[in-house]
Design a protein. Structure first.
Length: 179
């Protein structure tokens, strides 16, 4: 098997282990930090202060998801033997893997900084199994992934912990129609 594919399989298994660990941590956090009594769902919508930062993280996560799909496809193509030019596939695989690593690192770094301005909880890290204001999109994704989708597409979103509504386009607030 190609080196980069082995590296990808190791990274993939590592992230599975990390996901299991974070689920265990979330269960622990559920007991340790009960849900907030506060609800801001009926408060007026606010412009999200670091919209560009959130958008960058969302795009980084989109790219990382795309790279996972691409690498799995390469793995299938290489094992089936569909592609004859393996040198080209190798270079493509290494490049994709490098993009996957860098976008993941960037997104994780930004996710650790971005917090809700009301409840101060991390918007892109899900610390409880059932956040009270988790939204579900038409694509079937919910909670933090729904925030990623909405923010990435410049749509308004809601904090999954306290329900505060945020605007990704603050100019909407200043337009005469909404004044
Ligand atoms: Zn909040």
């Amino acid at each position: 098997m190609k080196d980069y594919l082995i590296a990808f399989v190791i990274t993939f298994l590592g992230s599975m282990a990390a996901a299991w660990l974070s689920a265990a941590l979330a269960r622990w956090a559920n007991k340790r930090f009960p849900l907030l009594a506060q609800s801001c769902s009926s408060d007026p919508a606010q412009a999200f202060p670091k919209a560009w930062c959130l958008r960058t993280a969302a795009w980084g996560i989109f790219l990382a998801w795309g790279c996972i799909v691409a690498l799995v496809s390469f793995l299938i193509l290489a094992s089936v033997g569909v592609v004859s030019n393996s040198h080209f596939l190798d270079s493509l695989g290494i490049a994709t893997f490098a993009i996957f690593l860098s976008t993941s690192a960037l997104s994780i770094t930004i996710a650790s900084i971005i917090r809700c301005t009301k409840c101060k909880r991390h918007l892109l890290s899900q610390w409880t199994e059932h956040p009270p204001f988790a939204e579900k999109t038409k694509l079937g994704v919910d909670a933090w992934a729904a925030i990623v989708l909405r923010a990435g597409m410049n749509q308004n979103f809601q904090c999954m912990y306290c329900g505060q509504h945020f605007l990704m386009k603050p100019e909407v607030l200043q337009s005469p129609a909404n004044a």
